[in-house]
Design a protein around this ligand. Structure first.
Ligand SMILES: [Cu+2]
Length: 153
């Protein structure tokens, strides 16, 4: 019992410690926003920075260091981002319907995305290549098809 109790406390404090030591999750801020407001901001961002399209999904190339909007919606991440290596971008991510999970692979970034909140996170891609964006929160029947892309040049 004593060992189990000590272990419980150790694991509990490791949860807090790992936030600072583990570097597995980026610090985020969340601010309230309606889905209509977020969609309007994201649509304007896409319209202003669109450079192409892939299977109906817009590809955007925002200026280095700018604010970047990503929409999560059953079952698609919009848009496809084209970013520059070594530049820091401010990502704004929100959902227009249900809870989704924003997961960038192979980077170890995992964020829970809810409708009604703008999740703001600083992102600096440090390697050239194509990053996969997947949903890691079950969001009903098409969940497994919910993939997106970040292209780093
Ligand atoms: Cu999902």
């Amino acid at each position: 019992m004593t060992i189990a109790t000590i272990w419980c406390f150790f694991m509990f404090f490791m949860l807090i410690g790992w936030y600072y030591l583990g570097q597995q999750n980026l610090p985020t801020r969340a601010v309230r926003i309606t889905t209509t407001q977020f969609k309007a901001l994201a649509d304007k961002f896409i319209e202003d920075n669109k450079v192409g399209e892939e299977k109906g999904v817009p590809i955007v190339h925002p200026p280095a260091g700018s604010d970047v909007f990503v929409i999560a919606k059953k079952w698609q991440w919009t848009p496809i981002l084209e970013l520059e290596v070594g530049q820091t971008y401010t990502l704004h991510i929100s959902s227009l319907d249900v809870q989704h999970g924003f997961s960038v692979q192979p980077n170890n970034i995992n964020l829970q995305i809810f409708p009604g909140y703008d999740f703001i996170v600083q992102f600096t891609p440090n390697q050239v290549g194509e990053y996969s964006l997947i949903c890691n929160e079950f969001c009903s029947v098409g969940h497994h098809t919910m993939t997106g892309k970040i292209i780093v040049k």
